[in-house]
Write a protein that binds this ligand. Structure first.
Ligand code: FUB
Length: 339
């Protein structure tokens, strides 16, 4: 394993690999959440399938039913598929649509967080546990109390606290909540109003429930004003991720209908965060979803696109490319790697 900074030629080789091939090609994978556990890179993706469900604005055609875990011995290695880690049939409360997951490790135990729709058609977030980073994961019988919407992402802070970020508008249903309460009457704010923010809650010590009511994250513009709902090129849509670099918290996310992965920085895991720029320009396919992790001083972006399926938006493939923070801590924008 490379235990030093990547050389320029190693970086270039990794970029080339991202250009030409996904991490795995025998199944479709998306929404990669990557972490380094015990020196190895583990990737927790969605497992895309063709379920024959008609396309609609709610994303019902993203009808995934299980999760696989991938891992890499080192960044240049061939990814290993560890097989099914959790199936919807084993989750008592989940009916359909296992969307973007994430995982965390605490005291040698692994916690897998995943969204799915319940019998009422509402997304909630569940947790499943294992002694192994690759599962199989045993789900809790009920979803996390007070959870809703999609795209859980866990951040482990230096003081041992774990935070769960979540939320996504449109098919992710976040627009139907205010102050953590659901109403079918709620909708997206008007274009001139502050955009809906993602949510964050610190996790309880046992990692199985929220330790507090979810709080809204505010993303500010360069004047210190919240981004507006009509600012489609910058406002939050889905795909929360948090990483820490040189003491700053970096919140990154997808802008959905404008297809960018952007980042904003702040001084607390709760925000507020100030918009800084783009990490990734649009990929092939409607959705964009990423994660960022560090191994031996090198930073990596994990993302997906629909190149392998020739543009089928719900049949995506996970890729990995080097990511760079410049001397001022700004993330250098990547252009996607198309063939
Ligand atoms: O994979 C289903 C959904 O597509 C995810 O939850 C979103 O982030 C988008 O990537």
């Amino acid at each position: 394993m490379a235990d030093t900074l990547l050389t320029d030629s190693e970086c270039e080789a990794l970029r080339e690999r991202a250009l030409s091939q996904p991490l795995v090609t025998h199944i479709y994978t998306a929404d990669p959440s990557a972490h380094v556990f015990e020196g190895r890179i583990y990737i927790y993706p969605s497992h895309d399938i063709e379920a024959g469900v008609a396309f609609n604005d709610n994303g019902d055609h993203f009808a995934m039913q299980d999760y696989h875990v991938l891992s890499l011995d080192h960044p240049q290695a061939q990814a290993v598929d560890h097989g099914v880690a959790l199936h919807i049939d084993d989750v008592p409360w989940a009916e359909r649509q296992m969307w973007a997951p994430d995982a965390a490790c605490k005291d040698g135990r692994y916690y897998f967080y995943f969204p799915a729709k319940n019998a009422a058609g509402r997304f909630q977030i569940g947790v499943a546990t294992s002694d192994s980073p690759t599962g199989p994961f045993k789900p809790q019988p009920a979803p996390i109390q007070g959870s809703y919407s999609i795209d859980p992402a866990v951040f482990a802070d230096d003081d041992g606290s774990f935070y769960l970020y979540f939320g996504g508008i449109w098919g992710g249903q976040l627009q139907q909540y205010r102050n953590n309460q659901y109403s079918a009457q709620y909708a997206e704010p008007d274009a001139s109003e502050p955009a809906l923010g993602p949510k964050v809650a610190r996790l309880r010590d046992d990692m199985l429930e929220f330790a507090e009511a979810p709080r809204e994250i505010i993303i500010l513009d360069e004047h210190g004003k919240p981004l507006l709902a009509g600012d489609n090129e910058r406002r939050f849509f889905e795909a929360s991720w948090l990483h820490k670099y040189q003491g700053k918290y970096y919140f990154s996310y997808s802008t959905g209908d404008t297809h960018f992965i952007c980042f904003a920085t702040g001084d607390s895991p709760y925000g507020p965060f100030t918009y800084q720029g783009r990490i990734l320009e649009p990929v092939i396919g409607w959705t964009s979803h990423h994660s960022i992790c560090e191994l031996n001083g090198n930073w990596y972006l994990f993302y997906h696109d629909s190149v392998l399926s020739k543009g089928v938006t719900h049949l995506r493939s996970v890729k990995m490319a080097p990511l760079q923070h410049d001397a001022n801590g700004r993330i250098v924008t990547l252009t996607p790697y198309r063939d």
